[in-house]
Design a protein around this ligand. Structure first.
Ligand code: KE4
Length: 425
């Protein structure tokens, strides 16, 4: 028995599914997860000594790759001064300044410890600031596991949603409307019918959680216009896209200014950090200034902030995003070429260094067009790539990520592995 299998057996006795986050259990692709021994740069090693080129990057945070020297040094140095104080530190002011300068829509922000906390808090703030209860989200977009966001489209258009998890009260789910991503007409109809009840629209400006789906031209601008007209707030969930698709996030790439933004992943550099922020007149509703309560023992944790600051500083290098774009484009071309040679239908959606290869022939512009993807084919591809030393997301409906630690040779190796995995070589 491999070390990974032995660890997985032990883990399953104590941890649901043997993992601390469901998607790590490989349920969507079959097989058993490998257990990680260490990682460095673009590579990750399992406990049985096998190594893989890593295109998961911990689901997004590791835009610099694994264990970048600047991050390791910053965290080590911070740890020597203590790991948590429950009292404010200079580094929290510094990262707030860095984030606010990068995303000017964020005039004020609060650090939390996960993307879930960021989205949950932004929703509560939107409800508290507007005095309204209804929320609009989009099918296939994921904003963490807060009750109001674990919902699925109800039957028939703009009716309110149903719980998408046991334990979510139908009465709470009913306060969320779930609409098709990129369908501005559906949003318009919903506002015409219920505009005065809607506190906010929350959207991944580039969807990553149905696989990568870019916004249709005019979609984000249309959301901005509709929410403003009806007195609702526009929340961009940039937990993935923040500092990923551009230093200023998707809001800088598409030129649409949200009222509130959720951040996570990259701003923690691989340690637990989330943030929500936006218009000052909204953020002043947050405790202790206003009546919207939110708190956290480890919010702004000095080690996590040190990792985040070191990461954001590295991304201030103007060549960083040109390189991420070039590497992302190279990987997309490699995957498309492999599929073409093998005669396999593959639609690759990409924004910068985040991309998804959907095993379908048609365009993928929302969850309805993503769902017909051949998930069995993806599972086979995932394991064939793993066997060739390439680690992708363990689900068709997730994103792959390229980091600044990947070389052109790494990208070409992955493309060659894809040609073999798809039977083209
Ligand atoms: P966390 O609570 O997992 O830090 O963030 C929740 C979240 C919020 N918003 C967006 C757009 C997100 O993508 C996420 C989390 N992403 C998932 C996978 N795409 C994290 C992986 C996991 O659940 O283990």
């Amino acid at each position: 028995m491999s070390q990974s299998d032995a660890l997985f057996e032990a883990a399953q006795r104590l941890i649901p599914g043997g993992v601390n986050s469901p998607v790590r259990a490989f349920r969507a692709v079959g097989g058993k997860p490998f257990f990680v021994a260490r990682a460095e740069g673009a590579r990750i090693w399992d406990v049985d000594g096998r190594s893989y080129l890593d295109f998961l990057g911990s689901w997004g945070p590791l835009i610099l790759g694994h264990a970048p020297a600047a991050v390791v040094e910053a965290v080590s140095e911070a740890a020597r001064r203590g790991t948590s104080y429950g009292a404010p530190t200079a580094s929290e002011v510094e990262i707030a300044e860095v984030i606010s300068r990068a995303l000017p829509s964020i005039e004020m922000l609060r650090l939390v410890s996960s993307g879930t906390e960021a989205a949950m808090s932004a929703i509560r703030l939107a409800r508290g600031a507007t005095g309204r209860d209804a929320i609009v989200k989009f099918e296939g977009c994921y904003h963490g596991h807060a009750d109001s966001l674990l919902v699925k489209a109800g039957s028939g258009g703009a009716t309110f949603s149903l719980p998408d998890s046991a334990g979510v009260p139908p009465s709470l789910a009913a306060l969320t409307v779930t609409l098709p991503f990129n369908d501005l007409e559906a949003v318009r109809r919903t506002f015409d019918a219920r505009g005065s009840e809607i506190a906010a629209v929350i959207v991944e400006p580039v969807a990553g959680n149905m696989g990568v789906v870019p916004p249709a031209p005019g979609f984000l601008g249309g959301l901005r216009e509709l929410t403003t007209r009806h007195g609702a707030l526009l929340i961009f969930d940039e937990v993935i896209t923040g500092f990923r698709v551009a230093y200023g996030g998707a809001q800088s790439l598409y030129g649409v200014r949200p009222d509130l933004t959720c951040l996570g992943k990259i701003i923690g550099g691989g340690l637990p950090v989330g943030a929500y922020g936006g218009r000052r007149d909204l953020m002043t509703h947050v405790s202790p200034l206003g009546g919207v309560y939110q708190a956290g023992t480890l919010s702004g944790n000095p080690l996590a902030v040190a990792a985040g600051l070191a990461t954001l500083r590295a991304l201030q290098d103007p060549s960083a995003y040109r390189r991420l774009e070039a590497l992302g484009a190279r990987l997309q071309a490699g995957l498309e070429g492999a599929a073409r040679e093998a005669g396999v239908p593959l639609t690759v959606n990409r924004v910068g260094s985040m991309l998804t290869g959907f095993f379908t022939g048609g365009a993928v512009t929302d969850f309805a067009s993503a769902k017909p993807s051949d998930t069995a084919r993806y599972a086979k591809f995932f394991h064939a790539m793993l066997a060739r030393g390439v680690f992708l997301a363990a689900s068709q409906f997730e994103a792959a990520f390229v980091s600044l630690a990947h070389s052109e040779a790494d990208i070409d190796s992955a493309a060659q592995a894809a040609r073999q995995a798809l039977g083209a070589a």
